[in-house]
Design a protein around this ligand. Sequence first.
Ligand code: NDP
Length: 327
Amino acid sequence: MAKRIQFSETGTPDVLQYVDYQPQDPQAGEVQVENKAIGINYIDTYVRSGLYPPASFPAGLGTEAAGVVSKVGSGVTGIKPGDRVVYAQSALGAYNEFHNVPQEKIALLPDAISFEQAAASFLKGLTVYYLLRKTHEVQAGETILFHAAAGGVGLIACQWAKALGVKLIGTVGSDEKAERAKQAGAWATINYQKEDIATRVAELTGGEKVGVVYDSVGKDTFEKSLNSLKRRGLLVSFGNASGPVKGVDLAILNQKGSLFVTRPSLNGYVTNREELEEASSELFSLIASGAIKVDVSDAQKFPLAEAKRAHETLESRVTQGSSLLIP
Ligand code: NDP
């Protein structure tokens, strides 16, 4: 028997149970991975809470981990037992000791990148890749606004933007987080607990405002994000940490300057083997060169059995950067 996290109803972190289970052999085209470090992503809390409910119960949780290949199904080529790998975008069940993952979701891990670094950066790094390189292709010298800049996705975005010569203004929920975002390469920070976002953006840009806002906070920041955009600017709304944006009157985009809004997801940008390889090779080379560092503090590494505490900690807004579960 092995151990996993499952839940039988949506709700608070209390619904998460640490149970015994019998790992299944991988099907054709699948790879069984013995997880060594599991990435915790904010989306896992949406699945658990019922914002994005699972199709059936009991359900597993999590879509990202790094580990060692333990078995391969028929038809798998180029990956063999013993290989070090990382995956994201799997079916629910990465919060398991063993998980079967379609081959096309898996990347071989360069020796220079540890399991913990990989699980802390793969899904979040692929996300930053498509946000900064595809949804809106940022240019050197451009100023952008990025919310929750000291979070898991946020700290990678600060470093990636710096590497591209982009001036990232990062919003954060505390002065400590502002310091962390600046260390990671943010050009400026706004503590949105004390400062008005749009006013500060206007001040920092000499009245011009920004051409693109990346907003994963959702409900609480939607209108503030629109107010931070220059004419014909783009709001990239890619998450709901404060709750989903609902009931928008599209006329608001006209009133605030012929603005654009998009609501993208990783699954719409990294959809096949070729896109995964392009995205992961850019990410891995930035990590290998040291341009992107993904250090997870001991306080944010939780034993798998303590997934409940990990979710409580993430949702309480005290974390900086990524958090991990260790089987
Ligand atoms: P984070 O580590 O960024 O944690 C979420 C952060 O959101 C918090 O630390 C907090 O930072 C901020 N926040 C603002 N308001 C609230 C609130 N009311 N409750 C809780 N947190 C709040 O998480 P991740 O790095 O895992 O993910 C970041 C975001 O990116 C999430 O919204 C996630 O859904 C989204 N995402 C979207 C993807 C996509 O393809 N669409 C893919 C991956 C992630 P602070 O205290 O500084 O405000």
